[in-house]
Design a protein around this ligand. Structure first.
Ligand code: GCU
Length: 337
């Protein structure tokens, strides 16, 4: 080999060596960076235009800020990973880290949550949040731990009212024989039964088709869910009887929670609590705009005499308070001013 060629080859190899060192360093750096970020999966069943989804996005932002980028969320909306019940089961076995479900769905796993769906128990939104953000709410959030489901915070889910395809529900008698889709929990079934309707439990994701095909004649929900699910394209009668204020609840599987350090767990708790305050604001805006959208879409409203519905459903509370623990819980809730 000639001297010149040898020098060139050595220079070329040195250059190649330097480049490989830089590549290895870059790779190591990016791996470390990636390795340091823990991604928690968060699945829920509502559309991305829903104020609850916006709350979950705020949770992600708070978590990234509080943890200085060490923890983040990957959000799966729209029931991509299953119904509320299915996702709660995924949390229990540690396949998904977090979810947001209705308190009604949680009551299938933690019976105390049933109290949140007792018709006409909460006087109004402010009463509800005094309970949820006080000692009773905190106890409920912690109760789930025994079922591997730790509650982190509550989200506003407004009040639930009937919407139907063919006629208004102006008084309980109008529900006679009417098939109403309800959430799959005992309290929701008992509520429609007490009013004389035919309760049909099914998951939220199945409801649009069920309404379209006449499997059910109506359902009940808050205005933002009525709008974002587009059920208003089929149901044109909304009777604002506000029979329950059952809230949503953000849950973390304890299988996953226990994998985090104490410091990381605290970041998750703090970010969740902060997101709950944001979510209430998103809710307020969405509730107002949803009512406008419904009006513009030709949905008619009726404000029934709530007392008629409250009278018919009173038996639910009577049955409920036969259990001493539930009696105390209800008395405590009612005593909060
Ligand atoms: C509300 C609630 C959901 C729930 C839904 C339902 O939209 O936020 O969590 O799934 O009602 O009626 O199933």
């Amino acid at each position: 080999m000639q001297k010149n060629t040898l020098v060139l080859t050595i220079k070329y190899l040195t250059h190649l060596y330097k480049i490989s060192i830089i590549i290895i360093l870059l790779l190591q750096f990016s791996c470390k960076q990636e390795g340091r970020i823990k991604t928690l999966s968060f699945a829920h069943n509502l559309p991305v235009s829903h104020p609850v989804h916006k709350g979950v996005e705020a949770f992600k932002t708070h978590l990234e800020n509080i943890s200085e980028g060490k923890l983040t969320l990957k959000i799966y909306a729209n029931g991509q990973l299953g119904s509320e019940r299915e996702v709660l089961e995924l949390l229990q076995i540690g396949s998904v880290s977090m979810t947001k479900v209705s308190g009604a769905a949680m009551s299938n796993f933690v019976p105390e949550y049933r109290v949140l769906g007792v018709p006409y128990l909460f006087r109004d939104k402010s009463h509800l949040f005094k309970v949820l953000e006080g000692e009773i709410g905190e106890q409920l959030l912690q109760k789930g731990t025994a079922s591997w489901l730790r509650g982190l915070c509550f989200y506003d889910a407004g009040s639930r009212s009937f919407y139907t395809k063919n006629k208004f529900i102006k008084k309980p008698e109008d529900l006679d024989g009417v098939k109403i889709r309800v959430m799959s929990d005992k309290m929701s079934v008992a509520m429609v039964e007490a009013l004389g309707g035919a309760p049909t439990p099914m998951s939220f994701g199945e409801l649009y088709t069920a309404l379209q095909q006449g499997v059910v004649d109506g359902a009940e929900n808050n205005a933002p869910s009525f709008v974002t699910s587009r059920h208003f394209e089929i149901c044109k009668y909304y009777s604002l009887d506000a029979h329950s204020y059952v809230p949503d609840v953000v849950i973390m599987g304890t299988k996953f929670l226990n994998l985090l350090t104490k410091e990381e767990q605290q970041w998750v708790f703090d970010a969740a609590k902060k997101s709950a305050q944001d979510q209430k604001k998103f809710w307020k805006v969405s509730e107002d705009t949803s009512m406008d959208i419904l009006k513009e879409s030709g949905v008619e409203f009726f404000k029934p005499n709530k007392g008629l519905f409250a009278d018919k459903t009173r038996q639910i509370k009577t049955a409920f308070i036969k259990n001493e623990e539930m009696k105390i819980l209800i008395e405590n809730i009612e005593s909060i001013k």
